[in-house]
Design a protein around this ligand. Structure first.
Ligand SMILES: NC(=O)c1ccc[n+]([C@@H]2O[C@H](COP(=O)([O-])OP(=O)(O)OC[C@H]3O[C@@H](n4cnc5c(N)ncnc54)[C@H](O)[C@@H]3O)[C@@H](O)[C@H]2O)c1
Length: 258
């Protein structure tokens, strides 16, 4: 098993890529803190992991609360005895508009794309130092690598996640701690629909599923990703197989940014 004796946590683990990651990490031997706002979804993930013989604890709460962003580390450590990795995956599409921006949505997106990862990282670093190393994995987007005219606020924040990762990787490298960021293209999850549907562009009247399918055809590999395909990249990055990989912004986008 690729994560034997490792302890980690995953945020936004109730759905999509985070869910796929939590289940996969546990199947590879890790003990996992499963973090999400949605208690029922967390319960389902825990059930799936434990029924397969894995170890996981539920961490239900709102990551926009600074205390909770930090507490998830303390609770994982209390349950399993340390922390080796964290996939800080939660995020938000943010407001579409630039003029007449919805400030509440902007704040929510700032909380979920940026603030929460800073607070959880701050809590995780001392725990990783105690174990003489660790792996931090973040989730940006292809919009964190190239401009996205349909979502400038989201793109600004995801560029921020990439900048955070690269800076942190250099800062903590001497302590054996690695930091990397995954940049997914379109992934078939509820968030992709949320993202596509909010565009108040001429396309906004189009059927949501039709738009998801259209997005797929714009990708060189001709489809959107399955959540498990992003979880596979996260598995590599949290594992010792990525022992010389740090500061990387890894596109997992079917060739979109090539
Ligand atoms: N889906 C895509 O096409 C795509 C592409 C690029 C990047 N991303 C990024 O991936 C991440 C989202 O992943 P997904 O598509 O797997 O999402 P998803 O829609 O499948 O799941 C999001 C999860 O986050 C949880 N959540 C929402 N608000 C929360 C809060 N305040 N506190 C705790 N949990 C909360 C939800 O309950 C849900 O379970 C984001 O960082 C997003 O920017 C997504």
């Amino acid at each position: 098993m690729r994560l034997e004796n490792k302890i980690g946590l995953v945020t936004a683990a109730g759905s999509g890529m985070g869910r796929a990651g939590a289940i996969r990490f546990a199947a590879e031997g890790a003990a996992v803190g499963v973090v999400d706002l949605d208690a029922k979804a967390v319960e389902e993930v825990i059930a799936q992991i434990t029924q397969a013989g894995g170890r996981a604890i539920p961490l239900v709460g709102d990551l926009t609360q600074r205390g909770f962003s930090r507490d998830i580390v303390a609770e994982t450590v209390a349950a399993f005895g340390g922390l080796d990795f964290a996939w800080l995956h939660a995020g938000h599409p943010g407001p579409f508009r630039v003029e007449d921006m919805d400030e509440d949505v902007f704040e929510l997106a700032l909380d979920l794309n940026l603030r929460t990862i800073a607070h959880t990282t701050a809590a995780a670093l001392p725990e990783m130092r105690k174990r003489a190393g660790g792996s931090l994995v973040y989730t940006a987007s292809t919009a964190g690598l190239a401009g996205s005219p349909r979502s400038p606020a989201y793109s600004m924040m995801k560029f921020g996640v990439v900048g955070w990762t690269r800076s942190l990787a250099k800062r903590v490298a001497g302590e054996g701690i690695r930091a990397n960021v995954i940049c997914p293209g379109g992934v078939d999850t509820p968030m992709l629909r949320e993202f596509i549907a909010r565009f108040d562009t001429p396309q906004a009247n189009q059927d949501k599923e039709e738009m998801v399918a259209q997005r797929a055809t714009q990708t060189p590999l001709g489809r959107n990703a399955r959540p498990e395909e992003i979880a596979n990249a996260a598995l590599f990055l949290v594992s010792d197989e990525a022992s010389f990989v740090s500061g990387a912004a890894l596109p997992v986008d079917g060739g979109m940014t090539a």
